[in-house]
Write a protein that binds this ligand. Structure first.
Ligand SMILES: Nc1ncnc2c1ncn2[C@@H]1O[C@H](COP(=O)(O)OP(=O)(O)OP(=O)(O)O)[C@@H](O)[C@H]1O
Length: 286
């Protein structure tokens, strides 16, 4: 008897031909845009081709970096994967959804929102985007747990305490409002909340950009440890090669909405091929 069972893919997240155009859709908006033309704005229609033909795979336990200057489209890619906005082209698949056979871009909004409970978590640059500052640290972590069906008050509290311990926030602060926390502490609570339901995919958008250098270094250290320990598939968006170097194994370089180069982070830092990557690496070296 033949079996039609499909083996699950190795990757946890795959993007293929992903695109997001603001304004008129269609080929006439693509012409004259991208790195070769030095602009993401269509000369014909004025549409902004924020991201086009973006593709990559991320395996469990692996972190992929997306680097590029402001406006290159990296946050757009992340927001399309997170479901914060809708891609206008391409395919996004998760191993945890139909063994990767479903294009989650085509799910209805409520099914898409549900993925944020147990499949994809996001850490935003601004902790206020990922936390309710008028709720306690413990309450912020309890939120995704109760949304995912946790009911026992004690179990939720124990889990929140566990997570706070992991991100090195003193347990004595568990019942304080997030608003009373420093920037670095808020970011740690946001990370704890993102990890609460053990999502297979974690998206980090400039996770340390708003922090003082010494505080950022501590958060980066924590993230590196957590990425190693949890086996999560992570995408790290940053304009800073220091962050990408510390957290990721592979990287894609974006400019004017397109990928101009991709490869192993170490190799790309050592020997960038595209002139734009060379420029970014030279800038990072000071
Ligand atoms: N809602 C929108 N409407 C029109 N254009 C937009 C919108 N959001 C983003 N863009 C444009 O899309 C392009 C890519 O923006 P995006 O935020 O993804 O870049 P980025 O590389 O993440 O930059 P930054 O680091 O500054 O956030 C930019 O030209 C931006 O102006």
């Amino acid at each position: 008897m033949s079996s039609t069972t499909v083996a699950p893919p190795r990757w946890a997240l795959k993007a293929e031909g992903l695109g997001r155009i603001y304004g008129a859709q269609g080929p006439e908006s693509l012409d004259g845009t991208g790195p070769d033309f030095g602009t993401a704005v269509s000369p014909a229609t004025g549409a902004v081709v924020a991201a086009w033909d973006i593709g990559f795979e991320v395996e469990p336990g692996e972190a992929l970096g997306i680097i590029g200057e402001s406006g290159s489209g990296k946050s757009t890619v992340m927001r399309c994967i997170a479901g914060d906005e809708t891609a206008t082209a391409g395919r996004i698949a998760l191993r945890g959804v139909g063994h990767g056979a479903v294009n989650i871009r085509e799910l209805d909004p409520s099914a898409r929102r549900k993925l944020r409970l147990d499949q994809i978590a996001v850490v935003y640059q601004d902790p206020a985007a990922g936390l309710n500052l008028d709720v306690t640290a413990g309450g912020n972590i309890a939120d995704p747990l109760t949304a995912a069906g946790w009911r026992s008050y004690q179990r939720i509290r124990d889990r929140a305490a566990d997570l706070l311990r992991r991100v090195e926030v003193p347990l004595s602060r568990m019942d304080d409002l997030a608003r009373t926390f420093s920037g670095g502490m808020r970011q740690r609570v946001q990370i704890a909340r993102a990890l609460a339901n053990e999502p297979p995919v974690l998206l980090l958008d400039e996770p340390t950009t708003g922090l003082d250098a010494s505080v950022a270094a501590g958060v980066l250290d924590l993230l590196r440890t957590l990425l190693e320990e949890t086996g999560v598939a992570a995408v790290v968006v940053s304009h800073d090669f220091g962050v990408i170097d510390m957290l990721t194994r592979r990287v894609v370089v974006m400019r004017h909405g397109r990928i101009v180069e991709s490869g192993l982070t170490d190799q790309l830092l050592e020997d960038p091929q595209h002139p734009y990557s060379q420029q970014l690496v030279a800038a990072a070296r000071g």
